[in-house]
Write a protein that binds this ligand. Sequence first.
Ligand code: NDP
Length: 308
Amino acid sequence: METIKCLIIGSGPAGYTAAVYASRASLSPVLYEGMEPGGQLTTTTLVENFPGFENGVDANVLMASMRAQAARFGTDIRSGRIKAVDFSARPFRVVDDHDRELLAEAVIIATGATAKYLGLPSEHRFRGLGVSACATCDGFFYRKKDVAVVGGGDTACEEATYLAGLCRKVYMIVRRDVFRASSAMQERVMNTPNIEILWNCNTQEVLGDDSGVTGARLVRKDGKVFDIQIDGFFLAIGHHPNSDLFKDWIETDANGYIVTQGKSSRTNVEGVFAAGDVQDPSYRQAITAAASGCRAALDVERFLQGGK
Ligand code: NDP
């Protein structure tokens, strides 16, 4: 059976940054790319807020470049995913989807999170063409335009107020007659004049043409069907952290996010570390994920050296 020092699970900014640091520290990391090589970023187009790219960078180019950088320092990058883990004793036993067993001295979990979508065919059709699950990433493209945000939680309120600073008008499509968000966030929304809340509404269809999204057809609880004209349709109905594989061993919060200790990437299992969106319900940015990947690699290095 193959024994490795450092296993990295996931290939978003967290996984690749961990790989760059771990390989430069001579930990000979093995990285499994998982189901979505390159991670969530590959579902967007232009990334304008990753430092170092004055004119922005194509998301796929950015991820290919991170991958190449990790490979250049010797990371063993493997396609496929880890399908089973046993964290009961070190070295940790894991199995990949070719039924290969590995023993790992340390593991970095960087499996990310998945944004929830409504599941409408029209929403799928316009993904990247006006449909987005990240206002911070894509809001800038809708300056002075009209957009809608779906959801009534803290994320929806935060994204709606963020977009209200850029856009002419922001509709919030809320399926009940109350918000789920905290009262402070609700107050911010209520005090923002260019946000209009459409209570008791669900989206029937995202409307558009070859140029992208042009509107949305909504249905209100009383049966009324009506259209709104918008250029951007933002989903903010929650994320699902990809932590299910580890749930028998690793402590998570009520929403499934892996709990890390203090400012470190340490989990409740000594030798298992977590980085990126799988342990971060609040920031969820490529740059914050990358930074936490760096921390995780440094934590692994210290751990394997016998320090803290
Ligand atoms: P939440 O689960 O809190 O809220 C999801 C929202 O989306 C709810 O309003 C829900 O409606 C709605 N929703 C879910 N499914 C659908 C659907 N199919 N159609 C229409 N609407 C739907 O997720 P968040 O991402 O907002 O927050 C996750 C966690 O992160 C929370 O604990 C939150 O407090 C925290 N957070 C904190 C922030 C902060 O403090 N600054 C910022 C962002 C998040 P319903 O209420 O009817 O179920």
